[in-house]
Design a protein around this ligand. Structure first.
Ligand code: AMP
Length: 400
């Protein structure tokens, strides 16, 4: 059983072919700069990476290239397209139109068109990617897997915004969250690792990457999450502001003469740790700068870790305690200083880090980093969003 996972961006298409018997990646890569000059095709398989400058004027050509490479005599991993049993498409925003993974059909594609503007950068790109795959593989079952899917178990008092209820009903403006596949995966992995029933655990999952979100997971179900209607809300991120008083945004927009969409572009792309530090959105650059005495880089890091800590505290309250705190994604898996600072001063909760274990935490495997007398387990769990998408695709398409 082989599932192809597709993650389409407006000018990119990431792909992974996963063997579901072993849940291992057979081949993966990225089509970069689709529709732009100097498109780049990256293909990794058999431990080798191939990078080619190929003209990719649109997503159709990109999908053709991917399939051709997967079936290539020398570097391919399958001999015919029929070996691909299903395709899972990552979709960023679902609105309330889709509450679970859904088969690609003319009806579901119509609904996808209707919710396009919920994520104007991402959802239209997903539609283009799906259509490109349908052209090449019209008979292969395809499934839409949403970043928001895991969060639909939130109670109404957690997902509602305090706005006129009529506007919620009319426009479905509410908290949806994001990174759902990652939060779900690492919560499941944590329970498996601890040999505990997921249903018995209160877990706080911290997905800290370029975009960051924190989720409260009670008995395997999301009860609250830090991102909102879009991924702009929550902790400060690489380039996103995170939570901000909207009046401040209006004040700034007026002062700088920015339209609403220019303001949102600013809040999404020019703020966060990049905006505060003026150095970079990458935490490796930030910690180098902070270590070299850059005060604004240090401030950005402090704001980030303080933000994470506040959400952990809030979610411990929402969960009435916490059994496990999980760190995942680029920063969560790799940055021991961020983990340590985010958990400082939490002894009242029974959260105690073993600083040595934290600093020498191995990469790419699950690691347990709490002190011996910590009441709360602290785990670093590598995320695997593509595997969740592939699993959901198998389930929804009733494969296997
Ligand atoms: P992600 O969005 O999960 O791919 O995470 C990307 C981010 O992880 C990058 O922007 C970096 O800030 C961060 N990152 C990756 N590797 C490291 C590392 N070794 N140390 C600190 N931060 C890292």
């Amino acid at each position: 059983m082989k599932i192809l996972v597709i993650n389409s961006g407006s000018s990119s298409l990431k792909y992974q072919l996963i063997d579901m018997e072993t849940e291992s990646v057979l081949a993966k890569g990225n089509c970069e700069r689709i529709g732009i000059e100097n498109s780049n095709f990256i293909y990794k398989a058999h431990g080798k990476t191939i990078e080619q400058q190929v003209d990719m004027p649109n997503h159709n050509v990109a999908v053709q290239l991917v399939l051709k490479k997967l079936m290539d005599k020398d570097v391919g991993v399958i001999s015919s397209m029929s070996e691909i049993d299903g395709v899972g498409h990552r979709v960023v925003a679902s609105g309330e139109a889709f509450k679970k993974p859904t088969l690609v059909t003319p009806e579901s594609m119509e609904l996808m068109e209707e919710i396009k503007d919920l994520a104007p950068l991402h959802n239209p790109a997903a539609i283009v990617g799906i259509k490109a795959c349908l052209l090449e593989m019209p008979d292969t079952p395809m499934v839409l897997v949403f970043d928001t899917g895991f969060h639909f178990t939130m109670p109404d008092y957690a997902y509602m915004y305090a706005i006129d209820y009529a506007h919620y009903e009319k426009y479905k403006i509410r908290r949806y969250g994001a990174h759902g596949t990652s939060h779900k995966f690492v919560a499941q992995e944590a329970a498996k690792y601890l040999k505990k029933d997921l249903k018995s655990l209160k877990i706080i999952t911290c997905h800290l990457g370029n975009g960051s979100s924190i989720t409260a997971v009670n008995g395997g179900e999301c009860i609250d999450t830090s991102m909102g209607f879009t991924p702009l809300a929550g902790v400060p991120m690489g380039t996103r502001s995170g939570d901000i008083d909207y009046s401040a945004a209006e004040y700034l927009a007026k002062k700088e003469g920015l339209s609403v969409s220019e303001m949102l572009n600013y809040l999404n792309k020019k703020c966060g740790v990049l905006g505060v530090s003026g150095v970079s959105s990458d935490f490796r650059d930030l910690s180098n700068a902070a270590n070299n005495g850059n005060r604004r880089a240090e401030l950005a890091l402090n704001m980030f870790t303080y933000g994470v800590k506040k959400y952990i505290g809030a979610y411990a309250a929402a969960l009435n305690g916490v059994d496990v705190i999980v760190f995942t994604a680029g920063i969560g898996e790799n940055d021991d200083v961020v983990r340590s600072k985010s958990l400082q001063g939490m002894d009242y909760l029974g959260v105690k880090l073993d600083e040595k274990k934290n600093a020498s935490c191995p990469r790419g495997v699950i690691a347990e980093i709490q002190a011996k007398d910590s009441k709360v387990k602290i785990l670093v769990v590598p995320t695997n969003e593509e595997l969740v998408i592939a699993r959901e695709t198998m389930l929804e398409a009733k494969l296997g």
